[in-house]
Design a protein around this ligand. Structure first.
Ligand SMILES: C[S@@+](CC[C@H](N)C(=O)[O-])C[C@H]1O[C@@H](n2cnc3c(N)ncnc32)[C@H](O)[C@@H]1O
Length: 538
């Protein structure tokens, strides 16, 4: 049997394929070209033909043009596969609103569903407790709390533990992370009993960090609410098998984006949960449930981060109810564990641009700065969290996304704005100019990548401003540690760690150094590249 090529099917091809399979199975016919174009959200015959040709090449359909009309047939190989692609929601137009649905859900609530989930929330005695005082460093390693929301590139909390010990950081000191992301530095510092400050410009990540560092929660109430939500979700999912839930959330997300990320069933479930969670009055519990929702939605979505955003609509993903319930169970168990002691540091999260953070942080107040900043690797951070930002109402349209992008370090060509000119701060650095020129040279005959050299200059200009701000807030003699990976583009190595050290020297740091940290396999270039720690001592 011919093998189907499922590896890089695009969203439009997927939409066309689902329609073909669904029509074939439910109505025993194939869709008209116009129907496929509507599913693909295109008006173009050429795009339709290219899509059908690609599905033919990949083995899913047999496609011919006869007398100017496209003739489509599911291939023998695809017939089995096609059953899993039938999606009634795709063709059904019947809708229900949340109020009517929730009335039905309440009527059907059953204790049996509670039993289904209860073992996920094992009671206190069953949870392994260890001596937190003794094991504070180890608790970090076990992913407790950290695992509620891991971000893109894993930032090892052991590094923070080792460096806090090495630099003799004690209670009363403050650790700063100017690119806090999902809060690894803050959670680790808190567990060590040390106060910390995180600066982060993405509102979603600020929310996540705040939730991950607030452990003062009524956990029994959390369990009760989590159980009732899960039970309602099971019932609602059954009702929604052939109905679409009316939802302002789904309407505001750009349609192509929504289709790329979530299958129709998952769209319905997310829209339901969003409205159901909005009814919860206990704010902290609601926020915890939203963090669990973000990550489980992601786990069950079509998306993989590697590290760019890629869509794999045909890849098997965990069922959403399973993913969501296991996240809630982990949160419950982790909270039980950390609440058995109460001597922790305080974490403060500031939503701000770290290129001007001294406006918000007292000068000469920081004892240790440790961070993993963005790299010049063309990774556009809002892209990875776009759907979650819509889900939690941090943005309502692309204009608001754009405003957030403007506050970010220019590590991606998609983050460059016409008016940007922080490149002026690094004109004097030969190393930056050399790398940017070399990349420009490599690209001169191409009609793409033209903005890459500019991105390199803007990136280092931004980092220059940031290092300047770091120096202001650090105490005299205090270290700033930047975990950075060298990058390559068109075979030109960008020695990020060394360039940051050079800029540190220029800014008058007392001592600068670059330590080897580990080798990292670049997903983009498939070659191992060093990850280093640039150490700047004020
Ligand atoms: C490599 S990630 C940090 C990951 C983090 N170490 C963690 O544990 O999740 C870099 C972060 O910097 C943030 N960022 C980018 N530009 C920023 C800026 N100008 N000010 C503050 N944060 C920024 C991004 O939103 C992203 O969350």
């Amino acid at each position: 049997m011919k093998k189907l090529d499922k590896s890089n099917i695009t969203v439009r091809q997927y939409e066309a394929l689902v329609l073909i399979c669904t029509k074939h199975h439910l109505e025993n016919k194939y869709p008209e070209p116009q129907e496929i174009k509507t599913a693909m959200e295109t008006g173009s015959d050429r795009e339709l033909q290219n899509c059908l040709k690609a599905l033919d090449r990949k083995g899913f359909i047999n496609f011919k043009i006869r007398n100017g009309n496209p003739i489509i047939k599911l291939s023998k190989e695809a017939l089995d596969e096609s059953k899993s692609l039938i999606d009634k929601l795709f063709v059904e137009k019947k809708k229900i609103n949340y109020k009517d649905l929730q009335k039905k859900v309440i009527n059907k609530r059953k204790d049996s569903y509670v039993n289904k989930f209860e073992n996920l929330f094992a009671d206190e005695k069953q949870i392994e407790l260890w001596d937190l005082e003794e094991e504070k460093p180890n608790i970090n390693k076990k992913g407790i709390i950290h695992g509620w929301y891991y971000y893109l590139q894993e930032f090892p909390n052991e590094l923070i533990l080792n460096k806090a010990k090495f630099y003799n950081i004690k209670e009363g000191d403050i650790i700063l992370d100017p690119f806090a992301g999902s809060g690894t530095t803050l959670v680790t510092s808190k567990m060590l009993g040390i106060n910390s400050i995180g600066v982060e410009t993405n509102p979603l990540m600020c929310f996540v960090s705040r939730v991950k560092t607030d452990w003062d929660i009524d956990i029994e109430k959390f369990k009760r609410i989590a159980l009732s939500i899960l039970c309602d979700l099971i019932i609602a999912t059954k009702y929604l098998s052939n109905l679409k839930l009316e939802s302002s959330l789904l309407e505001k997300i750009p349609p192509m984006e929504l289709k790329q990320w979530l299958k129709p069933k998952l769209q319905n479930q997310i829209a339901y949960i969003k409205q159901r969670l909005s009814e919860i009055k206990e704010k902290k519990i609601k926020n915890l449930l939203f963090v669990a929702l973000c990550k489980s939605m992601f786990e069950s979505s079509n998306v993989a981060l590697c590290p760019g955003t890629s869509f794999y609509p045909l890849r098997a993903k965990p069922d959403f109810i399973d993913a969501f319930s296991s996240r809630l169970s982990n949160i419950y168990k982790d909270l039980h564990l950390v609440q058995s002691k109460n001597h922790y540091g305080k974490a403060t999260i500031i939503q701000y641009d770290s290129r001007k953070m001294s406006e918000k942080i007292t000068n000469n107040s920081i004892s240790l700065l440790v961070t993993s900043p963005p790299y010049p690797n063309d990774l556009e951070y809002t892209r990875q969290t776009r759907l979650e930002m819509y889900l939690l109402d941090f943005v309502k349209d692309m204009e608001e996304v754009r405003e957030i992008k403007k506050t970010m370090i220019r590590g991606s060509t998609k983050l460059i704005f016409k008016e940007d000119n922080n490149a002026k701060y690094v004109e004097k650095f030969k190393s930056v100019q050399k790398v940017a020129n070399k990349i420009g040279e490599e690209l001169k005959d191409k009609n793409w990548g033209w903005d890459y050299p500019r991105m390199i200059r803007e990136y280092f200009g931004d980092m220059y401003l940031c290092l300047k701000e770091c120096k202001k807030v650090l105490k005299k003699g205090a270290p700033a540690l930047f975990v950075v990976g060298d990058q390559t583009y068109k075979n030109v190595v960008i020695p990020v760690g060394k360039i940051l050290a050079e800029m540190g020297q220029d800014l008058g740091y007392e001592k600068t150094d670059v330590e080897f940290f580990r080798m990292r396999r670049s997903t983009m270039h498939k070659i191992p590249l060093p990850e280093e720690i640039t150490v700047l001592i004020k």
